[in-house]
Design a binder for this molecule. Structure first.
Ligand SMILES: N[C@@H](CCC(=O)N[C@@H](CS)C(=O)NCC(=O)O)C(=O)O
Length: 209
C-alpha cells in the first residue's frame, strides 16, 4: 500500500505527476500545510495555517510517502524511492545503467544546489562560489540549460525523475524575474506539461483552500 501525503499545488504535486508516470497504484491523503500569506508582498511573507497533526512528515511538510508502513520524505528521496520501486521506461535508471550516476547527481543537485540557489536569489542573499555550498543561480541555470540544449531532457534522450524535480522549477517560475522566458525554457516546459501523466496529475491535484 502506497500513500502520498499531499497538499494541492505544492511540492507534492510533482510526486503525484511521478506516480502517474510510473503507473503506480496509490492513495492520496490530503493534508493541510502552512502557506505564504497570499495578501503579503515581498519574498519574506508570513505563513498562515498550521501543521496538520495527521501528516507523517517530521516538519509537517509535503511530500511524504508511506509505503508498506515505511515513511519516506524529502522530494529527491521520494523520487529515487519511487523510481527504484516501480521501474518503468528508465524513468529512474537503475544500478548498472550508465545513466544511474548522472541520475543520482541530478537528484542531489536539485536538492543541494538548485533549490538553495533559487531560494537565496529570491531572498536577495549574496554569496560567492567559495562561501556557499551551492552555486549562484545564473551558474545553475547555465548548467541545467547546457544539459537541456543537448537534451531534450536533463539526462539526454531519456525523460526521468530528475526532470520531475528540475522541470517543476521551470514550470513554476517561467516568466518570473528569476526565469525570463526563452525558447529553450519554453520548449522544455511545453515538453513536460504536454505529457499525459502530467495532465492526469493536474486533474487530480485539486485547488488550494
Ligand atoms: N525539502 C523539502 C521541502 C518541502 C516543503 O517545503 N514543502 C512545502 C510545500 S511546497 C511545505 O510543506 N510547507 C509547509 C511548511 O513549511 O510548514 C522537499 O523537497 O521535500
Amino acid at each position: 500500500m502506497l500513500t502520498l501525503y499531499h497538499a494541492p499545488q505544492s511540492r507534492s504535486s510533482r510526486i503525484l505527476w511521478l506516480l502517474e508516470e510510473l503507473d503506480a497504484e496509490y492513495d492520496i491523503k490530503t493534508v493541510s500545510i502552512r502557506r505564504r500569506d497570499p495578501a503579503a508582498e515581498g519574498p519574506v511573507a508570513p505563513m498562515i495555517g498550521a501543521r496538520d497533526p495527521q501528516n507523517v512528515h517530521p516538519h509537517g511538510k509535503v511530500p511524504a510517502l508511506v509505503h508498506d508502513g515505511v515513511t519516506i520524505f524529502e522530494s529527491a528521496a521520494v523520487v529515487l524511492y519511487l523510481t527504484d520501486a516501480f521501474p518503468r521506461n528508465r524513468i529512474g535508471p537503475g544500478v548498472g545503467d550508465p545513466l544511474r550516476g548522472p541520475y543520482l547527481s541530478w537528484l542531489a543537485y536539485y536538492t543541494g544546489v538548485m533549490e538553495p540557489a533559487f531560494t537565496a536569489a529570491m531572498l536577495g542573499l549574496k554569496g560567492t562560489d567559495s562561501t556557499i555550498a551551492w552555486a549562484p543561480v545564473d551558474d545553475v541555470l547555465a548548467h541545467v540549460e547546457a544539459a537541456l540544449a543537448r537534451g531534450p531532457y536533463v539526462l539526454g534522450e531519456t525523460f526521468s525523475g530528475a526532470d520531475v524535480l528540475v522541470g517543476s522549477v521551470y514550470i513554476l517560475f517561467m516568466g518570473a524575474p528569476l526565469l525570463p522566458r526563452t525558447d529553450l525554457r519554453a520548449a522544455y516546459v511545453e515538453r513536460l506539461t504536454a505529457r499525459p501523466a502530467y495532465r492526469r496529475a493536474q486533474a487530480k491535484d485539486g485547488a488550494t483552500a
